[in-house]
Write a new protein. Structure first.
Length: 134
């Protein structure tokens, strides 16, 4: 793992949250997109080398909607940048971690992603991210 890629924060209202984070971080949102496969609308902020991803449900039965209903708004996951997501997934499976997807999938911000089950990471949802090279 190379570095923390971003911290994901679940929010109820993406527009209100964007306004708040633009004031808090003193920087505009640089990208918004929908990830249909995950049922979310996302917004990204960058301050220095750090990134924040805001996640809002795009429909009421999405994973983010369920997360907010159970735990409320707040930190949802931590994402790590990896050089080779396939080898990192194999390494982590070999270490006994449970992957939530067997193959990487297209995520937000032009990334391949895979999540680790939080039961094996002390309750923290961990995301692996690899930049898609064209």
């Amino acid at each position: 793992m190379k570095k923390i890629e971003h911290i994901g924060i679940a929010v109820k209202d993406l527009n209100l949250a964007c306004d708040l984070y633009e004031k808090l971080l003193n920087t505009p949102c640089y990208k918004k997109e929908e990830v249909i496969s995950e049922g979310v609308h996302t917004a990204f902020f960058k301050t220095g080398e750090n990134k924040i991803e805001l996640l809002a449900a795009s429909h009421e039965d999405s994973p983010i909607a369920k997360f907010i209903a159970k735990k409320g708004e707040g930190i949802h996951h931590i994402a790590f940048d990896v050089e080779d997501i396939y080898s990192e997934m194999e390494r982590l499976k070999g270490e006994g971690f449970v992957l939530l997807n067997e193959v990487p999938k297209q995520g937000a911000d032009h990334k391949l992603v895979c999540f680790l089950h939080p039961k094996g990471t002390n309750g923290v949802l961990v995301e692996l991210c690899q930049e898609i090279k064209e």
